[in-house]
Design a protein around this ligand. Sequence first.
Ligand code: PHE
Length: 360
Amino acid sequence: MADDLDMLRADIEAAMAGAEDLRALDAVRVAALGKSGQVTALLKGLGALPPDERRARGAEVNVLKGEIERALEHRRVTLEAFALDARLAAERLDVSLPPRLAAPTSPEAGSIHPISRTMEELIALFGAMGFAVAEGPDIEGDWHNFSALNIPEHHPARQDHDTFYLTAPEGGRRPVLRTHTSPVQIRTMLSQEPPIRVIVPGRTWRADHDATHSPMFHQVEGLVIGRDIHMGHLKGTLVDFLRAFFGIADLPVRFRASYFPFTEPSMEVDIGWSRKTGELGQGGDWLEILGSGMVHPKVLANAGIDPRVWQGFAFGMGIERITMLKHGIPDLRPFYEADLRWLRHYAASPLSPFTLHDAS
Ligand code: PHE
């Protein structure tokens, strides 16, 4: 290649190497290949040469042009990668930095619904006692919701005016919106080998509607199965839980004989409060808070567990109920009305999630 072309190429290559961003590189391209660029000028000048020389010179200038185009492209790719790296470095987010809190009333600040918060608390508290979370469907079969739990055919819980039934499939029984979380006891025992230690927070349905009842509400079930799980475990677990959940170290707790078809013996659990002031922990009155008992041997057998080898306890309580008591919420209905004033008052900040530390 002619010396002048070699020199021109060396100049342009040096300019490219010196271009530190895409704009500078584009200036190099324009200076070489633009309308009045140096290489363009050489191509334009070919016409003035005698034919022989023009062909040889033309081939060389075109080779140079091709080389410059490839080198420009190469440099462009490199500079784009640099630019991306620089941008990634500049826009990096440190997600571990403490957040700047939005004002509590600002419309952008979301919050955790009291039901969700209580569920998180339940999972944290029982989680610390070694419980896992189990789940089941909202639409249940009659067998899981009633029969397997030893609930007889004519039990009031099965009656139409208490329970939401769906249309029966051809020749089958009507599916039911589960009336409690207890069917998940059955599902868990059928799907897991004992020992078992689970809680089941979830939606439940009953045809009730007033200041303390909603057709859709939430319960948490507990199930513990082992070779020698006894009433002492039941009582210890529930007393510890209730005192931690309500944050009252000496909360009075009373176990009162009761009846459920799926536990034997069965106990209703009451906590101490004042009927007059509504305050928990003192006042000499009792408030019923949950149902519990030793899992009935028939229920174990229905779920494929040998009651001569395994035994355990179960409990169930209303999540709205314990939430209302804990936070002094007088009416159940606004839980589901999405009223922002209510939510601002009762919902929790998502930036101060519940930790066991709070429960001391
Ligand atoms: N399923 C019962 C209810 O809904 C509560 C319960 C659960 C009682 C487990 C005893 C054992 O009222």
